[in-house]
Design a protein around this ligand. Structure first.
Ligand SMILES: NC(=O)c1ccc[n+]([C@@H]2O[C@H](COP(=O)([O-])OP(=O)(O)OC[C@H]3O[C@@H](n4cnc5c(N)ncnc54)[C@H](OP(=O)(O)O)[C@@H]3O)[C@@H](O)[C@H]2O)c1
Length: 252
């Protein structure tokens, strides 16, 4: 077990990629605290599923965009399980639409959740990880940071900023034994990508050299690696996990 007895905190663990990461971390022996915002039933069922499989995970309700809530959740998790060693900033939202028609609220909620949520939990934990001279921060970015489609100015801005933030924070925390990396997923089969998948149909698979959509577990495996001792010498990197999508080739 690669994460035995470590305490991990995963934001947005109730559904999709985060859910996959929570399961994979628990299967590797970590105690996993995960945050959800509205999907209480899904969150509770995940904790039960993991417990039935012999693991340990607990759901915490909160809004990652709220700094006070992030600080409070970190305190509560540490009061229950002791120091956190691994943070995964996964919670994210989209509000797609062409820029000329974009409402300020659609810009704000995407930046405040994706980038603001990443700031809030890093801010709540960075000093603690630095003091214990051990820690892993993994930010979930997107290939959209570099290869964007129309209708995603807000989302691309949030993910591009996450990549820059990841590199900048990695430089600050490296001397303290804390690594900071990002994972940039391509098209992953979750609720978030449902609209695009429905609209684009088979065209998506033609854009992916490995000829299939990604699954949450494809991202979870990369997150386990980055959280594990095997990735001790990797920091400040954005690791793309997209089946080759960002190579820009049309599959033959
Ligand atoms: N799916 C893809 O193709 C894809 C591609 C590239 C990058 N990503 C990134 O991967 C991450 C996960 O995406 P996904 O596809 O798994 O999305 P998803 O299926 O829509 O799940 C989003 C998760 O984030 C949580 N969340 C959203 N807003 C929150 C908030 N304000 N506070 C706390 N939790 C919040 C949701 O919790 P509730 O359900 O409880 O609200 C849910 O657990 C995101 O950062 C996304 O940008 C996804």
């Amino acid at each position: 077990m690669r994460l035995k007895d470590q305490v991990a905190l995963v934001t947005g663990g109730s559904r999709g990629i985060g859910r996959g990461i929570v399961k994979a971390f628990a299967a590797e022996g970590a105690k996993v605290a995960f945050i959800y915002k509205g999907s209480q039933q899904a969150a509770e069922s995940l904790a039960v599923e993991i417990s039935a499989a012999g693991g340990l995970a607990k759901a915490w309700q909160g809004d990652v965009a709220n700094h006070d809530e992030a600080m409070k959740i970190v305190e509560l998790v540490e009061a229950e399980w002791g120091s956190i060693q691994i943070l995964v900033n996964n919670a994210g939202v989209i509000r797609d639409g062409l820029f000329v028609a974009m409402k300020p609220e659609e810009w704000n909620v995407v930046l405040q959740t994706n980038l603001g949520g990443t700031f809030n939990f890093c801010h709540a934990l960075a000093m603690k990880l630095a003091r214990q001279r051990k820690g892993r921060i993994i930010n979930i970015s997107s290939v959209a940071a570099e290869h964007t489609n129309p209708g995603q100015t807000n989302y691309a801005a949030s993910k591009g900023a996450i990549n820059s933030f990841t590199r900048a924070l990695a430089v600050e925390l490296a001397g303290r034994g804390v690594t900071v990396n990002a994972i940039a997923p391509g098209f992953i089969e979750t609720d978030m990508s449902e609209n695009v998948r429905n609209k684009a149909g088979d065209l998506i698979k033609k854009m992916i050299p490995l000829k299939r959509l990604g699954q949450p577990n494809d991202i979870a495996k990369a997150a386990v690696f980055l959280a594990s001792a095997d990735a001790a010498y990797i920091t400040g990197q954005v690791i793309t996990v997209d089946g080759g999508l960002s190579l820009g080739a049309v599959a033959v």
